[in-house]
Every structure is written in C-alpha cells, then in structure tokens.
Design a protein around this ligand. Structure first.
Ligand SMILES: Cc1cc2nc3c(=O)[nH]c(=O)nc-3n(C[C@H](O)[C@H](O)[C@H](O)COP(=O)(O)OP(=O)(O)OC[C@H]3O[C@@H](n4cnc5c(N)ncnc54)[C@H](O)[C@@H]3O)c2cc1C
Length: 526
C-alpha cells in the first residue's frame, strides 16, 4: 500500500512544530501527532491555577534562531518578545542588580572587587566572539564520523570558522569547550561573589560538577542569544512560551500541515527494515514515507521500536545515554507582588522584571550536585526565577502575579522516599527558603503547581525528567549527539529521523534541531 502521507512528525514540541512548518512549506504532506492535549511540548502556556496562566515548563527565551523566526513568520503569527530588565543575583547576604548600564553595573560589582567589572566585560566579549563559531554550527548537520576519519566537508566548514578566529580566541574557545567552569571563573575573576555568580550560570544548563571537563560549555548559552537585550538578552514571549509554539502551529497549519493532539504513538511500524508509519495507543495505524521523531532518543529507540528493529550495539549505546537534569519546576499564583529583601520599594521595580537567581556559595552548589547524585535533596537549592506578570498583564488577574521557579539539584530518584510523597513537603521547604529573600511571599501564595523531575517525565514525556533530552556532556554533543550513527538526523533504521533536543545542537528553545531534521528529510524525500 502506498503511503498517503509524506511525513509523520512524532511529537508536537517546538522542534516538531518547527520541522512541520519547514516540511509543509516544502510541499510535503505532513501530519504532527502529539500525545498531550496541547501542542508545544516543554514550551507551553497553561492555566495552572484558576485565573492564573504561566509558561509551566521552559520560561525564558533567547536562543530561538532568527532564521526560524523569519522563515516561519512567527511575528506575523503573534510571537512577540518582551525583554527582561536585567539580572538580580543573590548569594546569601550578598547581592547584585545588573542592568547592562555601565555606571550601575560597575558600582554594583565594585562592592565586591575593583577589577571584576572590567574582567566581566572582557569575559563576555570573549564569549561573544568565540560563540560566533558555535552559533555557525547550530543550523548545520554536525560532521559524520562515518565517512573515513571524519566527514570532510563538515570538518572543513567547522575548521574554517575556527580558523577565522585570532589565535588567542581559538585557544580560549577550546579552553571553554574542554575546560571546567571552576577553572574558568577562577582564572577570570577574583571575588567569590562574581565567581559564584558566573559558575551558577552554568547550573541551569547543566547537571555536572563545576570541575568536570566541559562544564564551562553552558557559558555559551549566555552569549549565543540573538535577542538584543541586556546580558545576552533573555526575554519573555508575550502570553508565555505558548506564544512561540502557537505561532509555530499557526504557520504549520497555513502550510497545510495537520496537527493532532491526544494522539500518543505506541509503536513505530517497521516493515522489511524500514519505518513505514506508526500505531497510536488507540490502535489506529497511519502510514507515511518517513517518521520524524521529536521524542527524546531513549523514548524513540527503546520505547517505540522493538529490539530487533535496531542494531544491537546501537541500542546498547542509546540505553547508556546519560539523562537527568535534576530540576524541579514550580509555578506560583500570587495575590500580590513579592517584596525583595535586598531591593525594597513600592510597586513593580526593574528588579522584579529581571531574571532573579538565588544561589548558595560555589562550594555549596558543588556539594548539592554530589549529594543529588546520591539521591539527597538540597536544603539551600539554587533557584532561578522570573515574575513574568510584572511585564505581561495577560497572565494573572489585575494586581496579582505568577512566578516561575527552576530549582536545582533535585534527583530523579530520591533516596529517602518517593516523589509522590515528597512533592508537597519539598515545595513547602523551597517556599520557606525563598521567603528569606522575599519576606512577604508566603502570605501571597494562593496556588502552586509543583513539577518534580518525575512529573516532568510523566507530563512532558521527558525521560528521567531531562529537560534537554540528554545531558550536554562533552561525549554527548555535536557529532556524538545522540550517537554518531544518528547525529545527522537520519538513524540506523531507514525512514526514521530525529528532530528533537536529543539531536545537535541540543536542548533549549532554539528550533535548531527541528530546522536541521526537516532539511535532512526534505533532501532525502525529494
Ligand atoms: C522545566 C523546564 C524548564 C526549561 N527552561 C528553559 C528555558 O527557560 N529556556 C529555554 O530555552 N529552554 C528551557 N528548557 C528546555 C527546553 O524547553 C527544551 O529543550 C525544549 O523545549 C525541547 O523541545 P523539543 O521540541 O525538542 O522537545 P519537547 O518539548 O520535549 O517535545 C517533544 C514532544 O513529543 C511528545 N511525545 C513524546 N512521546 C510521544 C509519543 N509517543 N507520541 C506522541 N507524542 C509524543 C511530547 O509530549 C512532547 O510534546 C526547559 C525545559 C524544561 C522541561
């Protein structure tokens, strides 16, 4: 039987939707199947408490590629980005408010060091310049290890970008890629506050010791953003992260793509060594010339295929991919505005409209990481938070607010109990801790949604709660992501392709894996 469809996109996360938009635009008959009742994957806006809406998983954006915004006409489909005002960084009794204005930032950092402000400018300029090489790789297939030693063309392209850098920056780039976050901050900064602040920036994008080689890579996340605001430019999409994915869905529909929700795929159908379609949990079978999976690699290869559908050694490697981000996500509904202990004042202040990061010392963050590996929960977690309703009045009733919190490190498998029993007491403990820095917080909380690492797996289908579909360790990126035989979006199973964050360049709301995966399918089907 001939397939009526060209492509089934398995999963309607932002990368699946990005891919679908490009496939539809290329004239391929495309169907997106999403298991949840809402499109967007980890980039969604939902009502988590009556009257209060928020980006319930990912919550800030910077890395969304301008090519994707342009090609998928996201702005015409309602996407609008609101810049954050700056960064509030709190470490115990120490605190900084950085808004990108020299006089302010120099004076703030000057309270801790006479030289660290200038060092920060040099460090950020270095990240910006070296980051250009990384940025150039994002919308390209990583070189294949298959063709001889390395895929020649891919290596030449990457090598040419590297060669365009002055020698000193080439050295810095390689140092950043292979060195550790601890070495980096100790080399560049002198004060504990600025060192801990920069090290802490690596925590939200990582699940690794500050001393691991490669743990400095997340520094690039602050330099790769294309949105031009303060500090690498992080912002909030109006209406929450769903503002991005609804715009993507609207564009895809315009291209004739069919988008189905509540359509969980149970099996990828294989005939004569080729993926030929899918079977839904409802029993319905749908055939297509290609299946493009937006689900993470473990889910795709281990859950949705039979063992005999893949080479044994490939399956073995996939089963050993390191997953787990150790993140707990909380959304708070608030009847008013929290006061900031360190920046008191009436009404909404720029500090409320900033990214707010509360972290213990570098040594304590390191200890939290190691304890989480042993299943222990932190007493003083690192909290990354925003209060989006201070910039976007569409999320909460007038005068009320919503807060997003990303808390680390919380293990997927706690040692002393099950997440279903620990969820509420741990959330209480986090709110108690946060109240030290926001004294009136507790009296404002009218509702909360707590997503433990286990809930992230259950709700969003993220294996082991890994927010990036697999850790960004040195041996799990670029030509090795998720495996050398699947790094070019094509897999060892003919007809099956990848387009999710488990592929190069990895996690974050960038649209890059979706763009690259779609291009590979378009090339192969034409
Ligand atoms: C809590 C959290 C906070 C984050 N914060 C940020 C942030 O602030 N900024 C940022 O840039 N990034 C952030 N990230 C990372 C970023 O959101 C993700 O890397 C990105 O959204 C993943 O997109 P994706 O399309 O590759 O995959 P996903 O969004 O995971 O989409 C995959 C889709 O496939 C569906 N699916 C899986 N299995 C099946 C099946 N069998 N049948 C049908 N459908 C299926 C899933 O339901 C899901 O919708 C965060 C992620 C999380 C979870």
């Amino acid at each position: 039987m001939t397939a009526a469809l060209d492509v089934i996109v398995l999963g309607g996360g932002h990368n699946g939707l990005t891919a679908a938009g490009y496939l539809g635009k290329a004239g391929l008959k495309t169907l997106v199947l999403e298991r949840r009742d809402v499109l967007g994957g980890a980039a969604v806006t939902e009502e988590f408490h009556p009257g209060y809406r928020n980006s319930i998983a990912s919550y800030v954006v910077s890395l969304l590629r301008s090519e994707v915004i342009r090609d998928l006409q996201l702005e015409q489909h309602g996407y609008e980005l609101i810049p954050l005002a700056g960064d509030v960084e709190i470490c115990g009794e120490d605190h900084l408010f950085l808004n990108g204005e020299e006089a302010n930032d120099r004076a703030e950092i000057g309270r801790y060091s006479a030289v660290d402000y200038d060092a920060m400018l040099r460090f950020e300029a270095m990240l910006e310049e070296t980051g250009e090489v990384i940025r150039n790789q994002w919308l390209r297939e990583p070189p294949s290890l298959k063709a001889g030693f390395f895929d020649l063309l891919g290596m030449i392209r990457a090598g040419r970008d590297l060669k365009a850098l002055p020698e000193d920056l080439r050295y810095r780039l390689l140092q950043l890629m292979t060195g550790s976050a601890a070495d980096m901050v100790e080399r560049w900064f002198e004060s504990d506050m600025v060192r801990s602040m920069f090290a802490s920036h690596c925590v939200s994008g990582n699940n690794a010791s500050f001393h691991h080689p490669g743990s400095a890579i997340p520094f690039f996340h602050h330099a790769l953003g294309e949105f031009d605001g303060p500090d690498g430019g992080w912002g909030l999409p109006r209406g929450g992260m769903g503002g991005i994915t609804q715009a993507m869905a609207s564009f895809a529909r315009e291209q004739g793509v069919e988008l189905r929700t509540g359509a969980a795929v149970q099996r990828i159908l294989v005939e004569q060594g080729k993926a030929v379609g899918v079977r839904l949990e409802s029993g319905e079978e749908i055939r297509a010339r290609a299946v493009l999976s937006n689900a993470d690699p473990k889910r795709t290869f281990l859950n949705l295929l039979a063992p005999e559908d893949l080479p044994e050694d490939f399956r073995f490697d996939i089963s050993h991919l390191r997953m787990g981000h150790a993140s707990l996500r909380m959304n708070l509904a608030l009847s008013g505005l929290p006061e900031l202990r360190d920046y008191p004042g009436a009404g909404v202040l720029p500090q409320h409209q900033s990214s707010i990061v509360i972290f213990p010392s570098m040594a304590a963050m390191e200890q939290n990481y190691h304890e989480a590996k042993a299943g222990k929960l932190p007493s003083e977690p690192r909290l990354d938070l925003v209060i989006p309703s201070t910039l976007d009045d569409s999320l909460a009733p007038p005068g009320h607010h919503v807060m997003s919190l990303l808390c680390k490190y919380y293990p997927f498998t706690p040692k002393d109990g099950h997440w279903d029993e620990l969820r509420e007491p741990v959330a209480d403990q986090i709110i108690d801790y946060l109240s030290r820095f926001m004294p009136n917080l507790k009296e404002l909380v009218v509702g909360r949604q707590v997503l433990t690492p286990l809930d992230l797996e259950r709700v969003f289908g993220l294996t082991e709660g890994d927010i990036f579909h697999g850790r960004h360790d040195l041996d799990q990126i670029f030509s090795l992501r998720p495996h050398p035989r699947a790094a070019q979006y094509k897999t060892p199973l003919s007809g099956l392709y990848l387009c999710g964050s488990g592929s190069h360049p990895g996690g974050a709301v960038s649209g890059a894996p979706g763009y690259n995966g779609a291009r590979r399918v378009i090339r192969d089907l034409r």
